[in-house]
Design a protein. Structure first.
Length: 590
């Protein structure tokens, strides 16, 4: 990293999820080159797990490792260096998280001001919310995605560590930038740039070469550098990483993170601002330093998104390895025979049928559907997922699953982890609530302060557009073309939004973009991924990065916690699409 320019701040992204490497915060703090350290811990399933923990123990319900591992080892160094920390590690119990942190500080003789942001937990308001909309009967958690203004307020009041409950992932970064540069709540273009900065670093190493399409070019995976952004008062920022660390930062690696799970890039809806990322541009300044600018903003909507979780029966799953000729055929028949046997047993016992079942044969390119190229593999994994309204029925499944070891196919061998267990089936339900119904609260030094949030506008959202006709290739019949996998001319990154698969594609060179637009149409994508995508496919043009975003509806078997697929979050969808054949001029491949 270079010396920070006057008037700038540096923010390190230390965590992408609850369970990310403990190396990130150590690396960033010890680099001695950051002003803020931000953590993202929360996902929908995480909230339900934390809610269950709090029911058993009133002092639980937060990311324990944030306190017991990270802050325990780094708190003295953080305070000595004057680094401010912002984390959503509070989960469903941010006050308990703060108390645990203050206990660590007292043990170490460190004085630190810790602020807590609350107001996202809506469980107490469910009776009122049920009068306004239909909700599942037994909710385990219900949390609104708060924005950056409460974080700014805490920092403005002098907090050195800010602990939040549920907030949008990028808010921990935007809040720091709003505080440092005194941005107002109506400075929408800067808020959009700050939100983009948060989006780029919220997934940790995904911005520094992690999950990069050209993974072979990324050095030193064992010491991957976590992202640092050098932020300027006008909103532009530079992505970099600590010196001497692994990974790779180029316009392509950062662009892949830009398109990750953004839906319509002209309307990336956040509590503080409606972001437009279509004209975002990325420029390599020096090796491993990329400048990002061009995001614009509009007034936010008048609602918060709420993510709730509820229990819907029980689930269990088992995997079994099969070896030998036609391993895939043996694996599938094993799963089918088990289901037939169990249904017969349930009928005799007066139990109802499974609520859902799913068989996958891993190792056979099953996710590629009709495009699979494996023939006659001699090693495969049978994965069988089952659901039932009654726990007792699935307990029979956990006992019966061992029978194929001596009953069915030759070459049947061990189950991963032994006999499976039965667990509650947790599903997500999202809905919107008026901002007027929620008041975020900031607590610092025992004083509570309500945070006033602008209620947002009522302007109609204009959806993003596809590429204009003049951008699409007009093939010359005289030019020789060759057929290659899409991978040869594009980078790709995919993720999920509920049951929607989000696939971003970026041309490897500007001359390839018209050919991408000509052939990777919504209709072509729908056809190629038809074994997964059951709904509409929409394409949104992103000329700033020479690419586009594909939004594929009804593509993930319910998505997230509801999906029975091995790749429930659609992480592999871009890899499948990159195998799609395209016909391009030879010169594009040189």
């Amino acid at each position: 990293m270079t010396q920070a320019q006057p008037g700038t701040i540096r923010i390190g992204g230390a965590s992408a999820f609850w369970g990310d490497s403990s190396m990130g915060p150590v690396q960033l703090v010890q680099s001695g080159r950051i002003d803020y350290l931000v953590f993202d811990y929360l996902a929908e399933l995480t909230m339900s797990i934390m809610a269950a923990q709090k029911l058993k123990n009133p002092e639980a319900g937060f990311a324990l490792d944030f306190v017991a591992v990270t802050m325990k080892h780094l708190l003295k160094d953080i305070v000595a260096r004057g680094i401010k920390v912002i984390s959503n590690a509070g989960g469903v119990n941010p006050q308990a998280c703060a108390r645990a942190l203050q206990a660590i500080a007292a043990e170490q003789g460190v004085s630190v001001r810790v602020a807590v942001i609350e107001g996202d937990d809506l469980m107490a308001q469910l009776p009122q919310l049920r009068t306004q909309q239909t909700l599942p009967d037994k909710l385990l958690s219900a949390n609104a995605y708060l924005g950056a203004l409460p974080v700014k307020a805490a920092l403005d009041a002098g907090a050195q560590i800010v602990i939040t409950g549920r907030c949008v992932d990028s808010a921990v970064t935007l809040g720091a930038m709003m505080h440092a540069f005194n941005w107002s709540a109506s400075d929408y273009d800067r808020l959009a740039q700050g939100s983009l900065a948060g989006h780029i670093i919220e997934c940790g190493c995904q911005a520094t070469g992690g999950l990069f399409t050209d993974w072979q070019t990324v050095p030193d995976w064992a010491h991957m550098g976590y992202p640092v952004i050098e932020c300027h008062p006008d909103g532009r920022f530079v992505v970099e990483k600590p010196p001497g660390t692994g990974g790779l930062i180029t316009p392509a690696t950062v662009a892949e993170q830009l398109v990750y799970e953004i839906g319509d890039p002209a309307n990336y809806l956040l509590p503080d601002v409606n972001c437009d990322f279509t004209e975002v541009q990325m420029t390599a300044l020096t090796p491993d330093r990329v400048e990002v600018k061009g995001a614009t903003g509009k007034p936010p909507t008048p609602t918060y998104k709420v993510s709730s979780t509820y229990m819907d029966g029980f689930k269990s799953q088992a995997t079994m390895v099969l070896i030998g000729f036609d391993a895939a055929g043996k694996a599938r028949r094993t799963g089918e025979a088990l289901l037939e046997r169990l249904r017969g047993m349930y009928q005799r016992l007066g139990l109802e049928d499974f609520s859902a079942t799913h068989i996958e044969v891993l190792g056979t390119e099953s996710v590629f559907g009709p495009h699979a190229q494996t023939q006659g593999v001699r090693e495969a994994i049978m994965r069988l997922v089952v659901r039932h309204r009654q726990k007792a029925a699935l307990e029979i499944f956990t006992r019966e699953i061992a029978a194929p070891g001596t009953s069915f196919a030759p070459g049947t061998t061990g189950m991963e982890g032994g006999r499976p267990t039965v667990s509650p089936l947790i599903k997500q339900h999202s809905f919107l609530v008026d901002k007027a119904l929620i008041t975020p609260v900031m607590t610092l030094d025992g004083a509570r302060q309500d945070i006033v949030i602008p209620l947002g506008g009522q302007a109609e959202l204009l959806p993003g557009a596809d590429a204009p006709a003049q951008q699409i290739a007009q093939p010359d019949g005289k030019e020789k073309r060759v057929t290659v996998p899409l991978l040869r001319i594009a980078h790709g990154r995919s993720g999920d939004k509920g049951n929607i698969s989000n696939i971003g594609l970026i041309a490897r060179r500007p001359e390839a973009l018209p050919w991408l637009l000509e052939q990777v149409t919504p209709q072509a994508v729908k056809a190629y991924l038809g074994h997964f995508v059951k709904g509409e496919v929409r394409r949104y043009f992103m000329p700033g990065i020479q690419g586009f975003n594909l939004v594929c509806e009804d593509a993930l078997d319910g998505g997230g916690m509801a999906s029975m697929r091995y790749d429930a979050l659609g992480k592999g969808m871009a890899q499948i699409l990159l195998s799609m054949p395209v016909s391009v001029p030879e010169h594009l491949l040189k």
